[in-house]
Design a protein around this ligand. Structure first.
Ligand SMILES: [Zn+2]
Length: 251
């Protein structure tokens, strides 16, 4: 592994020579926009037990309480703005012929920055899903109250069952379709970017190993060392909102 400062030319060459780029982003990118993640349990979230608001069991015990927490989360996200890392990734997408961004983040900051060729592997806080038939809806199709009670919980228009936030909770599998898209991109890319994630989710290791197996270069942008850093050919130990625009400017 080469430190960024040690060989900037090689790093820039890696970006310039790439045709097929796969980007894997995580909580760090959202955090730079002021959004703590569910798993960070920062601030107001710390008072809640994740087993209550991030498991199916907790949801079924008190759906109104869980929905109220997600409503406040949706409002936080609506007030947050994409940062220079989100914006630079959207510009990269326009440049490279083959490109996929797979994010673990459940907010919509990548989309609002302009990313289109992307998948969300941990769900989307802007979507709701029927717990019975599994149908997924855009939350904006529902008139969700600011404060839920037992009578105002969102119900499936198709089957009338209770709906839940479309987020991967603890103990749940990630959805197959976005995961397979990420695996395919990792298996065929020539540059994998790991941005703002420690990679400590099970699929993080697999994605990095698929990319290495295909002969891709791996660049990690992360202020602190994570579980995937040892896979990286280049590690840029800085916040993505600072490092990515500077690197892309020089490319
Ligand atoms: Zn349904």
């Amino acid at each position: 592994m080469e430190k960024y400062s040690a060989d900037q030319d090689q790093l820039l060459k890696t970006f310039r020579n790439a045709c097929h780029v796969f980007v894997f982003t995580g909580a760090g990118v959202s955090r730079e926009s002021g959004l703590p993640t569910f798993r960070d349990l920062d601030g107001e979230w710390r008072q809640y037990d994740p087993m209550t608001f991030a498991t199916m069991e907790g949801f079924l015990q008190n759906p109104a309480m869980v929905w109220n927490m997600y409503r406040s989360r949706q409002k936080q996200i609506a007030e947050a703005q994409p940062n220079p890392a989100h914006i630079t990734l959207a510009r990269m997408e326009e440049h490279y012929p083959e490109f996929l961004l797979a994010t673990q983040n459940v907010d919509d900051l990548h989309e609002r920055a302009g990313s289109r060729r992307m998948v969300k592997i941990h769900g989307d806080v802007g979507q709701i899903r029927c717990i019975d038939c599994g149908e997924i809806y855009d939350a904006r199709e529902f008139e969700l109250p600011d404060e839920f009670d037992e009578n105002t919980l969102p119900k499936c228009p198709d089957c009338s069952a209770l709906c839940r936030p479309n987020i991967v909770w603890f103990g749940e599998y990630v959805p197959q379709e976005p995961l397979m898209a990420a695996v395919n991109a990792a298996c065929t890319c020539d540059l994998m970017l790991i941005i703002g994630t420690s990679g400590e989710v099970s699929n993080g290791y697999g994605l990095a190993e698929y990319a290495l197996g295909h002969g891709a270069k791996i660049v990690e942008v992360n202020p602190s060392e994570g579980a995937l850093t040892h896979y990286a050919h280049f590690w840029v130990p800085e916040p993505a909102g600072i490092a990515l625009p500077r690197i892309w400017e020089m490319c």
